[in-house]
Write a protein that binds this ligand. Sequence first.
Ligand code: NA7
Length: 536
Amino acid sequence: MANPTTNSGTVEELDAVVVGAGVSGLYQLYRLREAGLKVRCLEDGSGVGGTWYWNRYPGCRFDSESETYGYTFSKELQQEWNWKEHYSGQPENEQYLNFMADKFGLKRDIRFNSHVTSAVYDEKANRWDVQIENGQRLRTQFLIGAVGILSARYVPPFEGIDSFKGQSFHTSRWPKEKIDFTGKRVGVIGTGATAVQLIPIVAKEVAHLTVFQRTPNYCAPLRNALVSDESQRRFKATYDEIYQKCLSSPAGFPYDFDRRKALDVPREERLALYEELWAQPGFKKWLGNFRDIMTDRAANEDFAEFVRNKIRARVKDPKVAEMLAPKDHPFGAKRIPLETEYYEAYNRDNVLLVDINKTPIERITPKGLKTSDKEYEFDVLIYATGFDAISGPLTRMDIRGQGGQQLREKWAKGPRTVLGLQTAGFPNFFIATNTAFCNYTICAEKIVEWITDCIGYLRNKNYSRIAPTVQAEDAWVAHVNEMGSQTFLTSAKSWFVGDNIPGKAHAVLLYANTAPAYRAKLAETAAKGYEGFELR
Ligand code: NA7
């Protein structure tokens, strides 16, 4: 199919426009095309991959087991792809998503370098008018935002930020060319999951590295390894079982919580279990641990102290170890970063940790960064400062629904949706991002399938539009808040609740129920003819 150009001013008419060619967007494009719709996917980047296209910083990789992160919809794809590492790195992840896109011929329907600036609903015509930065326009019946949950980068508005004379990068806008850090003085701001992957690698290359930390995290060992031929064969022979295991587990990983109450288990037995979990790869020490660690303060503190002691054992300078040991939030209240030689980085002579609670950053200077204490000089400054998560990628676009209502205004106090998928007053606008507390692809595939089936249902029944009712939306928001209040996931200042962005409303952004419960709600809503939605 030719890629019609609309530079001449002609407007391309489509059944569906998918914004974003990441994990969800690629699959959404595939499914809608298979369903017979005329679809176009618009992608800001010059290639596919979303998160795995933009985040090219050293050390970027899955924290999910590779064999659980790949798509499950195609057995052929599963059999054709070989995972190189148990926790696959960004270059391979980008290759994988290219492989998938090429296998299904998706790129011919993707317009790259196409940054969507606005999408406005034309109520009379029941069409969305989509505007791309380069001036092109598309009109579509269905609009699907597959924009990811961590794609709107956040750079704190430090005074003097543009005055810096060296190189500076946000980790999610890392250049495609390799940065040579040899002999360089480098500063990193932030110590979240991204910085924790990057710091140990960069530390080995630079002349000197200074890390500016506001909040230490409970980082746990990733324990990555190459995939042996035998493991590769095992993945391919058991993909169905692996998937079933993920489907039945609370967060979409191939392990489940221990349902005993942590403190009911004798101390020695408990510690032995902690040690056993600690020795294993991945998130098992979080999501395969006692369940009440996420709900009971005393149980949480018991494991938190275990983790602090692990940090203390690895960092030689006791003062630095205490700076790195979190004490201000429960274990698991923020995303647990998985690390490889992170704490050892601070044992190096060329690495300095600065606590910016004690000596706050005052400004960026032409030479580097000034805290209340002194000026640090750098050749390179790295902003590992996170994202305006979940709602940010959508509210940063100018999306207008019925009566010209702006999504940004409607969501000023937090996202308002039903199932995370649609918002009242924005007919035929779907959000294909996984906001469940769930291994990304495991739930994203189900969301994409739900949207595809919903559109199929409308077409079969001769409906032309769908949007949730305000009542259903109120009920869903209340339910999301209720679920959020039952776990520690919402108890720290983090992107889970929008608190990492100054001025952003504090709101529960992740659906903190179990993934099976979320998927059951998806299925039930569809089975009841899209209960809570108005179909016209
Ligand atoms: P995160 O986890 O949001 O981490 C951002 C880091 O940047 C974190 O340490 C922040 O400190 C720090 N930060 C943010 N703003 C500032 C300012 N103004 N001054 C100093 N330090 C600041 O983002 P990541 O990219 O690491 O990870 C995002 C997700 O990607 C992660 O959860 C995984 O799911 C993958 P704070 O903790 O807010 O005190």
